[in-house]
Write a protein of this length. Structure first.
Length: 148
């Protein structure tokens, strides 16, 4: 059961962002940032729309969250993202000093845990696999429809 303020509740919110990305023809990754049980930032991939390879959901959510709290450090914030962050996003997560990262599906090809397992600061809590099947299904469906 999904209840407010648990990881599954917030991942469902990130999945809504991933679905928006898919509708826009973007690789369907969604992210939200939570501070004090409140969503302060929502984002999804916009690399095609912005013609910017750095416009990953995580990067956009981190920027929006920093603007929302008025500072560059997100020490008491949690990032929820539907797909395991890449190394670039992992670096941004570390620099922004997020307290916790929760991701759904693993990214076997480009995920930070395979390519740069030490990119995150050791103080950042990482929770893996929340709603992993649902998060993976959004990505799989997107690529299946793309290849039709």
């Amino acid at each position: 059961m999904i209840t407010p303020f648990d990881d599954a509740y917030y991942m469902r919110q990130a999945l809504q962002e991933a679905e928006l990305a898919a509708e826009e023809g973007e690789i369907p990754v969604g992210a939200i940032v939570v501070w004090k049980n409140r969503i302060i930032a929502r984002a999804h991939n916009q690399t095609e729309r912005l013609m910017d390879v750095t416009a990953h959901a995580e990067m956009l959510a981190i920027t929006a969250a920093a603007n929302a709290i008025g500072g560059k450090y997100l020490k008491d914030c949690t990032l929820y993202v539907t797909l395991e962050p890449c190394t670039m996003c992992g670096g941004a997560i570390s620099w922004s000093q997020l307290s916790k990262v929760v991701f759904g599906a693993r990214d076997e090809k480009r995920g930070f845990e395979r390519l740069s397992p030490n990119v995150l600061h050791s103080k950042i809590e990482v929770v893996r696999g929340i709603m992993a099947a649902e998060c993976q299904a959004v990505v799989d469906d997107f690529f299946k429809n793309l290849r039709k």
